[in-house]
Design a protein. Structure first.
Length: 95
């Protein structure tokens, strides 16, 4: 699926990549692809992997990033949830 990132500022794309893409290499590939607009073949040469694998990495992570585009940022520092009806758990996140 082709996603349109034209209306999204680069700093927002950078934030989403840092937050949702796992693995340093995958993050670097996504930044070079979405922010720097580098094609698949030069990315494959730069990271010494096949072009097919670069396409797979980009497709997988584009879907993840696109799901979170409309999320509010940053997340609350403290979230409270109740997995059990009688217990309340507090989760402290550092972002």
């Amino acid at each position: 699926m082709k996603y349109n990132y034209d209306d999204i500022p680069n700093d927002r794309i950078f934030f989403l990549i840092e937050k949702w893409v796992h693995g340093e290499r995958d993050r670097a590939i996504m930044k070079r692809r979405l922010i720097d607009c580098i094609c698949f073949e030069p990315l494959a040469e730069e990271f010494d992997i096949s072009e097919r694998y670069v396409r797979k990495i980009v497709a997988k992570n584009e879907e993840i990033i696109y799901k979170h585009i409309d999320d509010k940022e940053p997340r609350a520092a403290c979230a409270v949830y109740a997995p059990h009806p009688y217990r309340i758990h507090a989760v402290i996140t550092t972002e």
